[in-house]
Design a protein around this ligand. Structure first.
Ligand SMILES: O=C(O)/C=C/C(=O)CC(=O)CC(=O)O
Ligand SMILES: [Ca+2]
Ligand SMILES: [Mg+2]
Length: 421
């Protein structure tokens, strides 16, 4: 259903009233401070202004100061009943038939800002970030490339959602330049390992879940309760230096080949907004252990695409199209598995899904797969690429297609800039 707002929203917009994603923004004015907002059409609704006007009048949010914060951690930590109350309040306030904001020009002036006049920041303070490996197609392709075609997917992969502890400090918001990392690559012959700017910088098409309420150390979250601990999703580019990764990852896994930068989109689309686009997750064979068996196993139908604007070129080229629904392990299984040993999660923690590759070559989620480790260059308009060059800009888009409207994530982009000399 398309909900109607008094603010005009184009059918192609990612931000109709059905969406209302949350972010942190700063108005382009000297001295302004970061604050929470929701996106509606081409505007940002300032939630600190709505709270100051006492318009969050439901029982759970009436007295909270969670909208006067420089991040969304305290809001996401409140849990689903508070999220539902906020969504109902905001959908009513922005609806075409509700006069409170529609007919109050002074309040509109303060609370509704054109998106072009604000700067988006990281939506949450991310304490911990974990990156999963949940697309079977990606696991198979990487295994074939790094370890050979005999046994591309390790036996454990089908029994648990594989992950590694990734680096939170280098997560940046869309629009931030990514500095080409320097590091070690494989020695050739008898020479010393290569050292210098990475020659194989790649993107990884991922999405990430933002944790809401956490759990106490020593306790676990039941897989059928796990969705109550997930506030929503963002787009994520897990930039990867394949030469550094291939040399360093044995035996402990990814390290400096991944930690030089990870980009996320600024707007968190809530699971409540995604609910109409939920779909059945792939059947799992073998059946997982009981603690990972869900009563209903849900994915979301989210179309994803990646564009590269090569350095010096005016136009971007689409390099792949994929879908969130290709994930084998669901985000709720990931969360339950993460806590099964008693590990505590905290509000604002981030879970990357892993690269989301589909079965066809046109749906592979990174250049490692798309160019088969550089063996098959991609043509991009007037040029070709194996891996990313300085000045290349990579942009992800993601959206759910409704009947005459979209629930989207906006963009997640970043440009590779040269290593320091
Ligand atoms: O198969 C491997 O050795 C690792 C491949 C990756 O780069 C995995 C990773 O970062 C997780 C993912 O994006 O799926
Ligand atoms: Ca990754
Ligand atoms: Mg990364």
């Amino acid at each position: 259903m398309v909900l109607k707002s008094f603010i005009e929203v184009e059918p192609e917009s990612h931000f109709p009233l059905d969406n209302l994603p949350y972010g942190i923004f700063k108005p382009d004015e000297p001295g302004s401070v970061p604050r929470p907002g929701v996106a509606i059409g081409n505007y940002v609704l300032d939630l600190s202004a709505i709270a100051s006007a006492c318009l969050f009048d439901g029982p759970l949010l009436k007295k909270t100061d969670c909208f006067n914060q420089p991040n969304l951690n305290s809001f996401v930590g409140l849990g689903r009943p508070a999220w539902k109350e906020a969504r109902a309040t905001l959908q009513k306030l922005l609806s075409a038939t509700e006069p409170i904001l529609r007919d109050n020009a002074d309040l509109r002036q303060i609370a509704l800002l054109p998106m072009d006049n604000v700067q988006m920041l990281l939506p949450v303070a991310i304490g911990d970030y974990t990156d999963f490996f949940s697309s079977m197609h990606h696991a198979k392709n990487c295994g074939t490339i790094f370890r050979g075609p005999e046994n591309p997917i390790n036996l454990n992969w089908f029994h648990l959602p594989i992950a590694y502890h990734a680096r939170a400090s280098s997560i940046v918001v869309s629009g931030t330049d990514i500095i080409r990392p320097r590091g070690q690559g494989h020695p050739t012959g008898n020479s010393a390992p290569y050292f210098g700017p990475s020659r194989k910088v790649d993107f990884e098409l991922e999405m990430a879940a933002v944790v809401g309420p956490g759990n106490e150390l020593g306790t676990t979250v039941d897989v059928n309760e796990a969705s109550n601990h997930i506030f929503g999703l963002v787009l994520m580019n897990d930039w990867s230096a394949r030469d550094i990764q291939a040399w360093e990852y044995v035996p402990l896994g990814p390290f400096l080949g991944k930690s030089f930068g990870t980009t996320i989109s600024p707007w968190i689309v809530t699971l409540d907004a995604l609910e109409p686009f939920s779909c059945e997750a792939p059947k799992q064979n073998p059946s997982p252990l009981t603690y990972l068996v869900e009563k209903t196993s849900r994915n979301y139908d989210i179309s994803l695409e990646v564009l590269i604007k090569p350095s010096g070129q005016a136009d971007s080229c689409v390099v792949t199209r994929s879908n969130f629904n290709h994930l084998y392990w669901t985000i709720t299984q990931q969360l339950a598995h993460h806590t099964i040993n008693g590990c505590n999660l905290r509000p604002g923690d981030l879970f990357g899904t892993g690269t989301i590759s589909g079965p066809e070559p046109e749906s592979y989620g990174c250049l490692l797969e798309l160019t088969w480790n550089g063996q098959k260059p991609l043509s991009l308009g007037g040029t070709t690429r194996t891996f990313l060059e300085d000045g290349d800009e990579v942009t992800f888009f993601g959206y759910c297609q409704g009947n005459g409207y979209k629930v989207g994530f906006g963009r997640c982009s970043g440009k590779i800039v040269p290593s320091p000399q």
